[in-house]
Ligand binder design. Sequence first.
Ligand SMILES: [Zn+2]
Ligand SMILES: [Zn+2]
Length: 355
Amino acid sequence: MNVPEKMKAAVLFDWNDVRVVERPVPSPGADEVLIKVESCSICGGDVKIITRGMLKQPPMGDFIIGHEYAGIIVKKGSSVDEFNIGDRVTVEVHKGCGRCKNCLDGKQTACLNYGNKEKGHIANGFTTNGGFAEYAVNHVNTVSLIPDNISFDEATMITTIGTPLFGISRNGGFIVGDSVLVIGPGSIGLMAVQCAKALGAGKVILAGTRKERLDLGKKLGAEYTVNVREEDAIAYVKSLTGGHGADLVLIASGTTDAFQLALRTVRKGGDITILAHFEDPVTIDVGLAVQNMNNIFTIRGEGRQCVHRGLELMREGKVSGKEIITHSFKLDQIKEAFDVFMGRKEGAIKVVVHP
Ligand SMILES: [Zn+2]
Ligand SMILES: [Zn+2]
């Protein structure tokens, strides 16, 4: 395939200063592929990266942001036989070093050599260049084939599905018929609702503060929704669960209120799994968890091949990203795209950018 030498890319020059500039098209190493990016979506992580920064991110003026992207393989390294030129692929963020204790144990999203490229660790769009560009390189470990019935836009969301699936696998899953409460109807929460339903949860309850999001959650499989600003969410969840509380609570909103609600709505002995990022320290009633013998699990990112499971659920039509994608922009309009996403303008949930 014909690959040009230069490309357009969105580079972070300063806090909140993302500019589309010309950059050389990167070359894939032996274990890498070059992807012509068709679609890249904005994630809350990108907002953190451009507003306050994240651990080990590349220097200002060099860093091409974006980590949720999909496209076509146009070039591949000498050892790559897993993929072919022309394959439609999507990517996950974390390529562990493959040599630390955590990577050897399958916990590559918690790699002990995070940010150390020399030792083999890569987090595309976090510690190395990402996908708000016409082209991006990826290690084969982070690449997945997109089934034919899934669009590039939708395929950018495999991390968004992989995250709740990883959460559910970290707490050991749930028994078919168990009740699952999801707190926070953002893109992760809306995916969590669909994953819980697809995996056989009984009652799926979604709690949040915005009516439109809760209504969307209902469309996507939450039989019960509760607006925590208007109703007594604790009483509501208890009323749906025989007075005991939900078997599993997934926290998809990084706030004190969300955590406190989880502690008060989970069944005695039930599990709480945190999917959300917490920007600030929170004060929670740990005593309650101890008294009720609750397990609290955390995850980082989309580990344990959960994106592969997510793609399969999407292929089967059990999980959908279509309703969650609300806006799309051209790469040149990336500032506008971030404005809409950050300001949640016009009900924005997931915003995709097309190079
Ligand atoms: Zn993300
Ligand atoms: Zn590692």
